[in-house]
Design a protein around this ligand. Structure first.
Ligand SMILES: CC(C)(COP(=O)(O)OP(=O)(O)OC[C@H]1O[C@@H](n2cnc3c(N)ncnc32)[C@H](O)[C@@H]1OP(=O)(O)O)[C@@H](O)C(=O)NCCC(=O)NCCS
Length: 156
């Protein structure tokens, strides 16, 4: 793979972030969740609220000028979210690189612990990069979809 760069997102990246979120979820979560739930979770048009969150909080992974992954960390709480990689770029270390980037931001902000809610398909990925957690709870999406997920945490 050519050079991978991770940078703070801009509002202009919101459409790519929205598309990658949907593509990543539909590609990789389908063995673990009913298709109807995934459609409900990812449906809809890009909203002004999502664009605002991207501009304020997202980071993007860029390969050859193309956005191929996203990630978000709340530096007040240590919550990680929106870790999504384009299907054709999965398995090349981009998710790991994004998490390392977010971890360095967290350490710089004085955080000592990260936490997240992993989709069932992604829990092995998070375990491979040092997160712990095995319990299954129910995540309530903003649109009301109920999705089993795994609360996980990592000490920095
Ligand atoms: C989960 C996801 C973010 C992983 O990103 P990625 O770039 O494909 O992962 P990486 O290539 O950086 O993998 C890092 C490590 O995790 C492992 N890993 C990645 N996905 C895995 C999986 N589904 N099952 C088991 N191990 C996995 C890799 O083997 C690698 O381990 P290694 O370095 O010891 O070989 C990505 O596949 C994705 O976007 N999935 C769909 C959306 C999703 O579920 N996001 C998480 C929401 S909580």
């Amino acid at each position: 793979m050519t050079t991978l760069k991770i940078r703070k997102a801009a509002r202009a990246d919101a459409a790519d972030a929205w598309r990658i979120r949907r593509e990543a979820i539909l590609h990789q979560c389908s063995r673990h969740y009913p298709r109807a739930d995934l459609e409900s979770w990812t449906s809809g048009d890009l909203s002004a609220e999502f664009s605002r969150i991207v501009a304020e909080h997202f980071h993007v992974a860029v390969v050859d000028g193309q956005i191929v992954g996203t990630g978000l960390i709340d530096l007040d709480t240590g919550k990680v979210d929106a870790i999504f990689v384009s299907p054709s770029f999965m398995g090349r270390g981009i998710g790991r690189a994004m998490m390392l980037h977010l971890e360095s931001l967290a350490l710089g902000a004085g955080l000592r612990r990260l936490h997240l809610e992993a989709t069932l398909n992604a829990a092995p990925f998070y375990r491979a990069i040092g997160f712990q957690g095995d319990d299954i709870t129910i995540y309530h999406s903003p649109k009301g979809t109920k999705l089993p997920c795994v609360p996980m945490e990592k000490a920095l």
